[in-house]
Design a protein around this ligand. Structure first.
Ligand SMILES: *[C@@H]1O[C@H](CO)[C@@H](O)[C@H](O)[C@H]1NC(C)=O
Ligand SMILES: *[C@@H]1O[C@H](CO)[C@@H](O)[C@H](O)[C@H]1NC(C)=O
Length: 318
């Protein structure tokens, strides 16, 4: 073998190695917290007490073993390549954490831009059940976690896949949410709601790369779900986008029609507006939202009495 060949071979193997090493280190999401285990177990214990969602049936959750739940989550993720994890790997975890939800309470949503509104509206499960008011959703909320084949803990503490980095619904975190969304839809009963931001880029309802469309809507049946109230929300200060007659909503309604699930659509419904306007009382969209017809406010009457008394006093002193 000529010296040049040897140099070439060395060079190309180094390049190959670096392609392999960079492929696994390229994730842009935060690494797994060293406290991940304690967080998962702590959240589970917390949830079981009804501190997170006071409407849970504590009796139903009382036999759940949070250590066992942690073990099932760990075995789906630890010591594995992050992108190898698929939805089905969480089946055992889901079977240990699932619990029933209130009928007529499921609140679906899609698109991160409406998430804060959903959380506020659900009011810790008091008003509606959203995925993050269930044990499964609460366990994973805001957390980034993934396996490592080399780290002694079995978890990568440096970087984990950000949303979509392993493909749609695949990888330790995205597969977790795919499994969680599927579970959430399986437990929806009766009348449901779905929230979208009206000016979401690409349309309020989207079927591609959408957890709502592919893991929730796809498995809803008219046997379990009677109706869906479609809510188009324009955040205060933003420009309205899709309306109830836009193509994306008509497409969603077509899918619901096919399933035999009743539906209606509302734009900026009064209950959502009241909630959002708390932080925007002076804004145009919120003008008049808290005014009530009927009795005059007491302050106006006071002004009239004051004027009357002053006039009488003024009259008598002249
Ligand atoms: C919970 O599960 C762990 C792990 O399987 C076990 O060691 C522990 O005894 C269980 N605790 C209860 C209260 O059953
Ligand atoms: C959705 O995905 C399908 C299949 O990949 C593609 O044909 C279609 O154009 C996509 N639709 C949108 C709106 O991107």
């Amino acid at each position: 073998m000529a010296l040049l060949d040897v140099i070439y071979l060395l060079f190309s193997s180094v390049v190959t190695l670096c392609v392999v090493c960079s492929a696994t280190d390229d994730f842009t999401g935060p690494g797994t917290l060293p406290s991940f285990k304690r967080i998962v177990i702590g959240r589970c214990e917390d949830f079981k007490q009804g501190y997170v969602n006071p409407r849970i049936d504590k009796e139903e959750l009382s036999n759940m073993n949070c250590t066992e739940i942690w073990n099932s989550l760990e075995s789906a993720v630890a010591f594995r390549e992050p992108c190898d994890v698929i939805k089905e790997d969480y089946q055992h975890f889901i079977s240990l954490t699932k619990h029933t939800h209130d009928t007529d309470s499921a609140l679906f949503w899609d698109g991160w831009d409406v998430y804060d509104t959903v959380t506020e509206y659900a009011f810790r499960g008091n008003r509606r059940t959203s995925l993050d008011t269930t044990l499964i959703g609460y366990t994973g909320n805001y957390l980034s976690f993934c396996g490592s084949t080399t780290h002694p803990s079995g978890f990568d503490t440096e970087a984990c896949p950000a949303e979509g980095e392993c493909g749609f619904g695949v990888g330790s975190i995205d597969a977790f949410w795919a499994a969680a969304s599927t579970y959430f839809a399986e437990y929806a009963r009766g009348d449901t709601k779905v929230f979208f931001n009206s000016n979401r880029p690409g349309g309020a309802f989207q079927s591609n790369n959408s957890y709502f469309a592919q893991y929730e809507l796809a498995i809803l049946t008219s046997e379990d779900v009677a109706s869906m109230n479609i809510n188009l929300i324009t955040l205060i200060g933003e420009t309205p986008g899709d309306t109830c007659t836009s193509a994306s909503i008509i497409e969603l309604e077509r899918i619901l029609d096919e399933k035999g699930i009743a539906h209606n659509c509302v734009e900026n419904s009064p209950d959502v507006m009241h909630m959002m306007c708390i932080d925007h009382i002076g804004d145009d969209e919120c003008t008049g939202i808290y005014e009530f017809s009927g009795q005059q406010p007491i302050t106006v009457q006071w002004q009239w009495y004051t004027i009357l008394i002053l006039t009488v006093i003024g009259f008598r002193t002249t």
